[in-house]
Write a protein that binds this ligand. Structure first.
Ligand SMILES: N[C@@H](CCC(=O)N[C@@H](CS)C(=O)NCC(=O)O)C(=O)O
Length: 262
């Protein structure tokens, strides 16, 4: 049996998938597509995901993409221990938390990377975009705390789908300086989540890559890297006051939109 996960350690979407497999004790090979993030296509990888995005799962030759569809496939094929809670209401809440983190929270970390790692804005404009990111992170933390309440886990009594859908994003946001308030319920939950071997493994892989990340801004300025400005990321950058960032990226040919499927 061969199970391959095309991934990048910094991708929160890939981390969700790896955490689920590690919680279920399912062995897999984590593989990084060539030049992921640069817009240069890796043809073998594109066969698995024509969108050219990680994660993609290949199970004995059967390919699945989009992290949510992969999590569903894993839950169907390896149901124990379950990541999805039992009751229809709890399942809907878990999927809602995943959707909010994947679409509304993810662009905050991505946007901060565009400013800080890829130097898309400096001075006053960068401050303005960062202030928008900080306000949005705080708003989401308040929403998450209402969901957590006095529970041990977002999933309920046990760690699961909702928890693995939150922890990669908050670990990423800490890198941007948006840690949950000390002593808060969310901060205590984060300590519990990061104590799990499955989460620690993914978080360490991400930290190892960050430690090696060199001058990636140069790769963008030279046009070698074309960063993907898709759907909610594009909307986020414009709404955060970064319309010029998008226009400059188009002018300098160092941003790209979603792949056309062929
Ligand atoms: N909706 C997709 C989003 C996946 C995604 O955007 N992945 C990013 C990495 S975080 C990617 O591979 N982007 C391609 C690129 O930057 O070239 C999912 O949930 O899997």
């Amino acid at each position: 049996m061969s199970l391959i996960i095309y991934e990048h350690p910094l991708s929160p979407y890939a981390q969700k998938v790896k955490i689920s497999l590690d919680e279920k004790g399912v062995p897999y090979e984590a593989r990084m597509p060539n030049a992921i993030g640069s817009g240069q296509p890796d043809l073998e990888f594109l066969k698995a995901n024509p969108r050219g995005e990680v994660p993609a799962l290949i199970d004995d030759g059967f390919a699945v993409f989009d992290s949510t569809i992969i999590l569903e496939y894993i839950e169907d094929k390896w149901p124990s221990p379950p990541m999805l809670p039992k009751s229809p209401k709890d399942r809907a809440v878990a999927r809602t938390i995943e959707e909010v983190m994947d679409t509304l929270f993810e662009p905050i970390n991505w946007g901060m990377g565009e400013i800080r790692w890829f130097r898309r804005a400096e001075g006053e404009r960068a401050r303005h975009i960062e202030a928008h990111a900080a306000k949005q992170a705080r708003g989401t933390y308040a929403w998450l705390e209402r969901h957590l309440g006095d529970k041990q886990w977002f999933n309920g009594a046990t760690f699961g789908w909702a928890d693995l859908s939150v922890v990669p994003y908050i670990n990423g946001a800490i890198g941007s300086g948006f840690a949950p308030d000390k002593g808060s319920k969310l901060s205590a939950w984060l300590d519990r989540a990061n104590a799990r071997p499955s989460v620690r493994k993914s978080a360490k892989a991400a930290a190892d890559v960050l430690a090696q990340m060199a001058n990636v801004a140069g790769a963008v300025q030279s046009g070698m890297f074309k960063r993907e400005y898709r759907d909610h990321r594009l909307e986020w950058m414009i709404r955060a006051g970064g319309l010029d960032v998008v226009l400059e990226g188009i002018k300098n040919n160092n941003i790209r939109f979603s792949n056309e499927i062929s």
